[in-house]
Design a protein around this ligand. Structure first.
Ligand code: SAM
Length: 291
């Protein structure tokens, strides 16, 4: 049944956009959801309860915000486009547990928000992300000291596949390892372009990243491990030794790299794309001893 009051009804979305003379801004990655089924799936995947404080990234005209407001205790929604603020005031007027901030999410002090709104307890982040800044948003949250329980977001399908890929697959890369170091990914839904206005040029997917209570591996020099990871995927077709040897920000001789590979039981001809996170961590620890 279509709820005529909810914005997830496509006619209602078109009506608001026309009435408010809203112009979509491509530079802000604006593709608004118009599918109630997908919205229900996102709320279920994020496991929102009445105990939760939720940070929503990019509420648009408030379609998902309405669902979040009904499921959560409190919602703060951060929207960069000031033309959407008067629309949000109208579409969210029935909810007294929603607070809208007109700001760039990358400039918001989220740790302070979690302290103020959730007593510093881990928060849930939800959003149909603007695709042009997916990685800085997600990695910024995971790498920061924000108390975080989970991130449930709509992203480009290709990015979702990369986030959850394992060793030896074509989607496996630096993003897979960076995400999986901090979180456990779960692909909750594939979402076709016709669930949005305007339709995006690519397929989308909802991914849930549940923050791990402890990092996936322990490594003595985290920065070195990620430099190794970047270097080996920058030169995917090369063997790991050649990839690391040619990396500008690493200063190891061929002999040092070969010795480290021997120590961790890897072959001289191994390619970086087959290594697990545990193996990258072990290699970073072995290379530290080579200095
Ligand atoms: N949540 C809405 C929905 O599902 O219909 C809109 C999703 S739309 C894909 C992305 C939203 O993020 C847009 O409203 C856009 O203006 C907003 N946005 C883009 N860049 C942003 C940024 N840096 N900070 C906060 N919001 C941003």
């Amino acid at each position: 049944m279509i709820d005529m009051e909810k914005l997830s009804n496509p006619q209602k979305t078109i009506q608001i956009i026309q009435k408010k003379h809203f112009n979509f801004q491509k530079k802000f990655g604006q593709n608004f959801l118009i599918d109630a089924h997908v919205l229900e799936k996102i709320i279920a995947a994020a496991q929102i309860t009445k105990d939760d404080f939720v940070l929503e990234i990019g509420p648009g005209i408030g379609t998902m915000t309405q669902y979040l407001a009904e499921a959560a205790r409190e919602v703060t929604a951060v929207e960069i486009d000031r033309n959407l603020i008067p629309i949000l005031e109208e579409t969210l007027s029935a909810y007294d547990n929603v607070h809208v901030i007109n700001e760039d999410i990358l400039k918001v002090d989220i740790a302070a928000l979690a302290r103020e709104k959730n007593g510093g307890r881990p928060i849930k982040v939800v959003g149909n992300l603007p695709y042009y800044i997916t990685t800085p948003i997600v990695m910024g949250l995971l790498e920061s000291n924000v108390p975080l329980e989970s991130i449930t977001v709509m992203v480009q399908k290709e990015v979702a596949l990369r986030m959850q890929a394992g060793p030896g697959t074509k989607d496996y890369g630096a993003l897979s390892l960076a995400v999986q170091y901090y979180a456990e990914p779960y692909l909750a839904a594939n979402v076709p372009p016709n669930c949005f206005i305007p339709r995006p040029g690519v397929g989308s997917a909802v991914i849930v990243l549940t923050r791990r209570s402890a990092l996936a591996v322990s490594v003595r020099d985290e920065k070195l491990m990620f430099r190794l990871i970047r270097a080996s995927f920058n030169q995917r077709r090369k063997t790991l030794v050649n990839g690391l040897k040619n990396a500008g920000d690493l200063d190891y001789s061929r002999e040092q790299i070969l010795e480290a590979l021997r120590k961790v039981g890897l072959s001289e001809t191994v390619r970086g794309e087959t290594l697990t996170l545990e193996q990258f961590a072990a290699l970073a620890d072995a290379l530290l001893q080579e200095i």
